[in-house]
Design a protein around this ligand. Structure first.
Ligand code: MSP
Length: 472
């Protein structure tokens, strides 16, 4: 049996999940369900990133003990994942004791690739990073994301010697041994890599208390990246367990904003540990709302619970997997969502199921389910992580079935007593819908289960209530 490992970025627990956070989970879940259908033994990690000053400050603001605050928000992400009908096999929290211990062991294993140095430069507290002189000049000394002036800071840090691994990483990215998707981001990452200095991977304890202590140096605490990135392997039990059944990951899903950490720092850590690099890093775009970045200050943050309440989880999954681009930034608007629901889910799919099942029942069609498999075009799209294309492929099938009903007019065949032809046409239509249904199943699993029950049972009976009622 082929073994597969799929990962998602672990969100910070400094707030509640918004619709953008759904992307990692949905994309990973589609690939997970697809692999399960193929019979592959698949692990699927999710988790929460809980250390760092931002979480610490937010906890203070809300008057809670920081661990208590992290517990609450981590639970919100767990609940969110469940609400999305996503079922990871593993859930890791960076505050798990095992994770913290494993992180320290990883640090020690990196040995001479880590060194201590002092640094003076411009720092943004919001971004939790030093910025380049050029950035300070370009932004007139104020961070555009946080609207706060950069501060001049000098501190002692540990550094990861990226220069030890640069050539190897460039080689592996260039020859697609580490495949970066979408393709155009590969060039971007290679250019960035060239300019990347060694990266600072710790902070003095006085500036960062909420984190994993650096081994053998009480004055320093690990900065978020080693702590966060290592989750992908500590969750498998590294370093004390042999993880070679599942590592290297088959695909790691991340947003484009954190791609650079996953194509530079993460490979450097892995090479430093003597581990293979992931096979694919697939980066998705940002979900915008009415063309704008979601932000609390603009007040345009969309609450996924509200969207799901309106038309159910599969309508949510449908919209985010078909109409939000896999790779580029895309817009969520309520209007687009409502249109997709009414014209596509309710009309194209819901009506088709209702019409066809009613025709079959009325005409006493006896249907014997056949063996069905994914079509080559669908497999090609799925295997190259073009999930929008795979979804489109399955949906075109649905649209063609609607056309076929309109052209063949089974109700006229029944009226004219053309029983044999009627039987043939309806059987072909049911074959068609079950095939499309299989291909839709990683995307809208609850709905496809219902459709399967309608057509694969002893007798075909239309659903008692429409799959996608127009008004709720
Ligand atoms: N904690 C880091 C990730 C560490 S992974 C080792 C982080 N957290 S985050 O909460 O800011 O983001 C978590 C994931 O959600 C990232 O993949 C990020 O790209 C994604 N998104 C956050 N906002 C998003 C949108 N508006 N749209 C799409 N994805 C978004 O980064």
């Amino acid at each position: 049996m082929t073994k597969k490992y799929i990962t998602t970025a672990i969100p910070y627990v400094n707030g509640a999940p918004h619709v953008g956070h759904a992307m990692d989970y949905l994309l990973a879940d589609v690939y997970y369900r697809y692999n399960k259908k193929l019979g592959n033994e698949t692990r699927f990690q999710a988790g929460t990133d809980e250390h760092g000053n931002k979480v610490f400050a937010k906890a203070k603001d809300s008057g809670l003990d920081v661990k208590e605050y992290a517990d609450q928000n981590s639970q919100k992400f767990k609940d969110f994942i469940e609400l999305l009908n996503v079922k990871p096999t593993d859930f890791i929290r960076t505050t798990d004791k095992d994770h913290e211990r494993r992180c320290q062991e990883i640090w020690k294993k990196l040995g001479d690739h880590i060194y201590k140095d002092s640094y003076e430069g411009w720092y943004c507290e919001g971004c939790e990073r030093f910025v380049t002189k050029k950035e300070v000049e370009e932004n007139d000394g104020i961070c555009p994301d946080h609207q706060k002036p950069y501060e001049k800071l000098s501190e002692e840090n540990y550094y990861l010697r990226i220069s030890d691994f640069k050539d190897e990483i460039v080689k592996k990215i260039s020859n697609d041994e580490l495949l970066i998707l979408p393709e155009f981001r590969k060039k971007e990452m290679l250019a960035l890599l060239e300019d990347t200095p060694d990266v600072s991977i710790s902070r003095p304890r006085k500036n960062l208390t909420w984190g994993v202590p650096v081994p053998d140096d009480d004055s320093q605490v690990m900065y978020v990246w080693i702590d966060a990135l290592s989750n992908y392997i500590t969750v498998l039990g590294y370093p004390e367990k042999d993880i070679s059944d599942f590592w290297p990951a088959d695909v790691q899903f991340v947003g484009k904003d954190i791609l650079r950490f996953h194509t530079i720092i993460w490979p450097a850590i892995l090479l430093g540990l003597g581990l293979p690099l992931p096979k694919v890093i697939c980066s998705h775009g940002m979900v915008l709302v009415d063309g704008q970045k979601m932000s609390k200050s603009i007040g345009n943050v969309v609450d996924p619970v509200e969207v799901i309440k309106k038309h159910g989880i599969d309508a949510f999954r449908y919209f985010f997997l078909r109409h939000i681009d896999n790779f580029a930034d895309s817009d969520f608007t309520w209007e687009k969502f409502e249109n997709a629901y009414n014209n596509e889910l309710a009309n194209d799919l819901g009506n088709l199921v209702q019409r066809l099942a009613t025709l079959c029942k009325k005409n006493g069609i006896k249907y014997k389910p056949k063996e069905i498999a994914f079509s080559p075009a669908y497999i090609k799209a799925m295997d190259s992580f073009n999930f929008n294309d795979a979804f489109e492929h399955a949906w075109t099938h649905i649209q063609n079935l609607n056309k076929k009903i309109d052209e063949e007019k089974p109700w006229e065949l029944a009226k004219n007593g053309e029983t044999e032809r009627l039987q043939k046409v309806l059987t072909e239509l049911v074959d068609g819908i079950l095939h499309a249904n299989l291909e839709l199943s990683p995307f809208i699993p609850d709905t496809t289960e219902k459709i399967e029950n309608v057509f694969s049972g002893q007798e075909i009976t239309p659903p008692e209530t429409p799959l996608f009622p127009k008004e709720r």
